[in-house]
Ligand binder design. Structure first.
Ligand SMILES: [Mg+2]
Length: 260
């Protein structure tokens, strides 16, 4: 079976590891399961996510999928794309063969962008909002990497990509095409990578749970991130609920013969 693991709130919280996550991944691999890491974080480069997983004791191989990658699948090579997002988006669009300009670039206004990609970045400001929304009103496609309203940190939630995107949809009067969990571009990317059956493990029902529904996978909810026991039952409901990934693994894995 394939396991689709969310990162923030499942494997780590900010930079702090969630205890037992690395051991849980090892147990899954020992049981012959495929483990993929799927994150709506479009800011961080994919290579940096792989390095961070390695620092947390997890060898991800190349099974790391980000919402920046899902967004890039929506755009044809050669397209002129304004980036109102972080380095992860710039990198994936470059790999896709797009021409890119950052929304903060002095030449961005009037550059003739054919698409605008919006994602999480902490340097977002009024100027970027203005330049990006003007490009969209002038006819550029608007693509959001993800719609998470907040992003969990050890100090509590901070505004996420969905909050930035909302300002640009409001200012431009246009709706966005959406790439990350729980939307179809990410579902297609995950299916193409790991197949048609599995379980999504995450800490948010509105992204990870809805993504499991979109994929036709089971949803394993962990209470190590933004959702607590007081929030249960969630919408959509979880097939399995556990305090953390390490406690969830034995609930979904058949017991090995020796333990029976
Ligand atoms: Mg999460």
């Amino acid at each position: 079976m394939a396991w689709v693991l969310d990162l923030d709130g499942v494997v780590w919280l900010g930079d702090a590891p969630i205890p037992g996550a690395a051991e849980a991944v090892e147990r899954l691999r020992d049981a012959g399961e495929t483990v993929a890491f799927v994150t709506n974080n479009s800011f961080t480069r994919r290579s940096s996510v792989i390095e961070k997983l390695a620092r947390h004791g997890i060898d991800a191989g190349d099974l790391v999928l980000t919402s920046a990658m899902a967004a890039a699948t929506l755009i044809e090579p050669g397209t002129r794309v304004m980036v109102c997002a972080g380095p992860g988006v710039l990198e994936e669009l470059g790999r896709r063969g797009c021409e890119t300009i950052d929304a903060s670039d002095p030449d961005a206004a009037g550059w003739g962008a054919e698409a605008v990609v919006v994602g999480f970045h902490r340097t977002f400001d009024y100027r970027r909002m203005q330049v990006a929304s003007t490009a969209v009103r002038d006819g550029a496609r608007l693509i959001g990497t993800n719609t998470d309203s907040t992003y969990p940190t050890p100090d509590g939630p901070i505004p996420g990509a969905g909050s930035i995107l909302a300002s640009i949809t409001t200012a431009s009067g246009r709706r966005a095409e959406l790439a990350g969990k729980p939307h179809q571009p990410m579902a297609r990317l995950v299916r193409a990578t790991i197949g048609d059956t599995g379980i999504v493990v995450g800490d948010r029902a509105d992204t990870d749970g809805a993504f499991a529904v979109a994929m036709g996978f089971r949803f394993g909810l962990v209470l190590s991130g933004v959702t607590s026991a007081a929030d249960l039952p969630t919408d959509p409901p979880a097939d399995l609920v556990a305090d953390d990934l390490l406690s969830l693994v034995p609930m979904a894995l058949p017991a090995p013969d020796g333990d029976r």
